[in-house]
Design a protein. Structure first.
Length: 132
């Protein structure tokens, strides 16, 4: 028997760290090969490789909140440092930080959504606990 089979039979949590890393890479938390997402933010109904079901996930607003939290905590202090150290023109400062915030948000959002789905999978939340 594999470790995953033993875990499924005993009902304990699955390994969290590898699942989160796979989810952050937008891969299946179970096999690490198939894609969790398609068309930017839509979660696949199941993994195309190992057939792990994802249709019962409940990611909802969690990835957006995490994205705002991370981007705000990174860009806020950076804005203060850049303003105090270099004193750029207001329009230049706005343009640089608007593009930076937008780029970082668009980069993080699908990765955090994959990580939230992987967290739910690892902790057997919202239907991920059923044996398949």
């Amino acid at each position: 028997m594999t470790d995953q089979t033993l875990t499924a039979e005993t009902g304990t949590d699955r390994p969290l760290r590898p699942a989160l890393w796979r989810g952050f890479r937008r891969k299946c938390p179970n096999c690490g090969e198939g894609a969790v997402l398609h068309s930017y933010l839509k979660v696949n109904d199941s993994c195309p490789v190992c057939k792990e079901a994802f249709h019962h996930h409940r990611a909802d607003d969690g990835p957006a909140y995490l994205t705002i939290l991370i981007v705000g905590h990174l860009m806020g202090p950076l804005l203060l440092v850049v303003f105090e150290a270099f004193r750029p023109e207001p329009l230049v400062l706005f343009t640089i930080f608007a593009v930076g915030c937008l780029s970082l948000s668009l980069y993080l959002l699908p990765r955090l959504k994959g990580a939230v789905v992987a967290f739910q999978w690892a902790r057997r939340m919202h239907g991920f606990d059923e044996l398949t």
